[in-house]
Design a protein around this ligand. Structure first.
Ligand code: SAH
Ligand code: TYD
Ligand code: ZN
Length: 416
């Protein structure tokens, strides 16, 4: 159901430029993707309408409805960035890269928006470099502090950025990973960056890339916390509206395909050639064209049909099917497809705050990874497909004993 009753696409207001958005995908009623429930919380679950649109003006792809930020990011926010060893290495490398190439002055200052458990900033701290993390989710902020990282338990926005400019001076680098795409109030963020960034400083952020999401039909990247789906063109337009320029882009393999955007004050740096190259590629592929986005929506329907057919036939054969990785992404898949404990008995996950609870909306029990043994499982639906290499390397015994993995990205298939 993409359109209103009269057949015209539903419209909204673009949170990046104020233009008009048109809806192209409806994923229905959805819960908070990171709210893992105890039995007594089942009665008062929070639901919202998950649908995606594209702006006719600036091409930004975005959710049609916003969830209040305090519902998502709070003391008990369960996502710990350090839960993957590949991501730990990625962020240690990122920190070293920033220290070597950007934070090079006499007393550099590095700010991170959404530092979570300190996965990136702990390397900056260990290098003895002045830093500050903004992390509104108190539980993970405390973990970062335990690693010696300096953190304020606050949302980054214009007012908090201005205060830090007053107390700490200008930032040479403002970094964010998997956080800017979470923030509908981009105008306040960009004004905050303007207030805090040194004249020759850079704002570097990395987020899931629209081009990869379309290529892989990874519609599970769409959930309450992921409000924007960036492309080089939409980020360039956003930067320009606030007196900045997109000066570099780098494609990253993590989380199913991301882009790291580097933004500087307009005129401060010569944009790298690869900025124009990536925008040219996006235009040629038509990543923001209605026809491409409609095809994506049709591909999503195809995945739902195929995945349900597979799970139902495995159930009919009496196979034991479980899932691996209680990801936020999987809330979209399970709720959109209608996959509950009747089709997937339980899901295992290493995160203590998720274990012993039930998945949002579909109420599949979350267990510890030691439940995942070849004796107990025939098929494993890989919700954490973005960590496939890491997980499959860890669970080789499952495959050796005849267990099989089910993936739904880029299409539904079973590993043989
Ligand atoms: N950077 C980490 C964490 C990503 S999860 C990583 O890449 O793994 C997103 C984080 O952003 C959460 O920890 C959430 O609490 C935080 N966040 C959300 N809105 C924010 C804001 N306005 N300012 C700072 N952090 C924010
Ligand atoms: P992730 O895909 O990083 O993010 P999101 O929740 O935003 O979709 O989440 C990975 C989840 O999988 C996280 O809950 C930790 C879990 N996990 C395991 O259980 N085992 C593993 O080996 C890895 C790498 C992750
Ligand atoms: Zn717009």
């Amino acid at each position: 159901m993409t359109d209103s009753a009269d057949g015209t696409p539903r419209r909204g207001t673009c949170r990046a430029c104020g233009g008009t958005t048109a809806q192209f995908l409806d994923l229905g009623r959805q819960p908070l993707s990171d709210r893992f429930l105890t039995e007594d919380q089942l009665a008062d679950e929070f639901f919202f309408h998950l649908a995606v649109g594209v702006c006719a003006g600036c091409t930004m792809v975005q959710l049609m409805e916003e969830v209040p930020r305090e519902e998502m990011f709070h003391q008990d926010y369960p996502y710990h960035s350090s839960g993957s060893s590949v991501m730990q290495k990625h962020f240690a490398d990122t920190a070293r890269h920033l220290l070597e190439h950007e934070a090079t002055g006499p007393d550099p200052f590095v700010v991170e928006i959404g530092c979570n458990d300190g996965v990136m900033l702990r390397t900056v701290h260990e290098a003895g470099v002045r830093h500050l993390g903004f992390e509104p989710s108190g539980g993970v902020a405390d973990v970062a502090r335990g690693h010696g990282v300096r953190v304020v338990t606050e949302f980054f926005e214009e007012s908090t950025a201005r205060r830090v400019r007053e107390t700490d001076g200008p930032a040479d680098v403002i970094f964010a990973a998997n956080t800017i795409c979470h923030i509908p109030y981009l105008d306040s963020i960009l004004r905050g960056v303007d207030a805090l960034l040194a004249p020759d400083g850079v704002f570097v952020f990395e987020d899931p890339y629209l081009g990869d999401i379309l290529d892989k039909t990874s519609f599970d990247q769409i959930y309450d916390e992921h409000f924007f789906f960036f492309s080089a063109r939409s980020v360039q337009a956003l930067a320009a509206r606030f007196g900045f320029a997109l000066v570099d882009v780098e494609r990253l393999p993590v989380h199913g395909g991301e882009v790291r955007y580097t933004i500087a004050r307009a005129g401060a740096r010569q944009p790298a050639e690869r900025v124009a190259a990536l925008i040219g590629e996006e235009d040629a592929r038509g990543v923001a064209d209605r026809s491409r986005l409609d095809r994506f929506a049709a591909d999503v329907e195809g995945i739902r049909t195929d995945l349900l057919a597979l799970l139902n036939s495995l159930k009919a054969e009496g196979k034991r099917v479980v899932a691996y990785g209680a990801t936020a992404k999987s809330a979209t898949v399970t709720n959109f497809c209608g996959i509950g404990p009747d089709l997937v008995s339980w899901v295992c996950d290493t995160t203590p705050a998720k274990q012993g609870r039930l998945t949002p909306g579909t109420h599949i029990p979350v267990r510890t990874p030691d439940a995942f043994t070849p004796d107990a499982v025939d098929y494993a639906l890989l919700f954490a497909w973005n960590h496939a290499d890491e997980i499959m390397a860890k669970e080789q015994e499952f495959r050796r004993a005849g267990g099989q993995w089910i993936l739904y990205v880029p299409r539904v298939h079973v590993t043989s």
